[in-house]
Design a protein around this ligand. Sequence first.
Ligand code: AMP
Length: 187
Amino acid sequence: MRLVIMGPPGAGKGTQALVVAGVLGIPHISTGDIFRANVSAGTPLGEEAQRYMSAGEYVPDSVTNAMVRDRLSHDDCRPGFMLDGYPRTLEQVTELDMMLQSDGVHLSHVVELTVDKDEVTQRLLKRAQDQGRVDDTAEVIRRRLEVYVEQTAPLVAVYREQGLLVQVDGMGSVDEVTARILAAVDA
Ligand code: AMP
């Protein structure tokens, strides 16, 4: 099972990706988590990524693509994977296609979690309080939602055209949403 999960910041992608990957026994690959781990460890990649993350902007495609290419080449991804937060731009879509093509495999489904805008803003502000993420301030949240609409929302149409898109209502309890995702991907 090779899955991508997408949706606006605050849609619950990270939570759901982790649970669903656990149920399916595939690695959960979150580009945001990998960037944050590099920021914490003070690596050069982390230093570069932080400049963009703290402003709510995307890390450049060249950096992000190289990181994902490396991660997907690990043996644990052979049976499948759950990509969370990647691809986020059209260039990343093309790059992911090439990575998979060179391995002779393809995506199984792209899950889009849908939520309403007020709800995601509330969730993000709550997460800011709970986890203290530097990119969860009101101003940066606004920018992250804008960037999502500009750069990532267009990917939905691309994946719909490819017949890969499944839309899942992201409102409700964690368990309810997980059950919907598993049903949508025929797991
Ligand atoms: P996330 O945890 O998925 O919300 O990601 C947090 C931040 O990491 C984003 O706001 C971006 O700055 C950066 N990031 C994560 N994934 C990507 C990606 N695929 N392309 C560019 N930047 C990304």
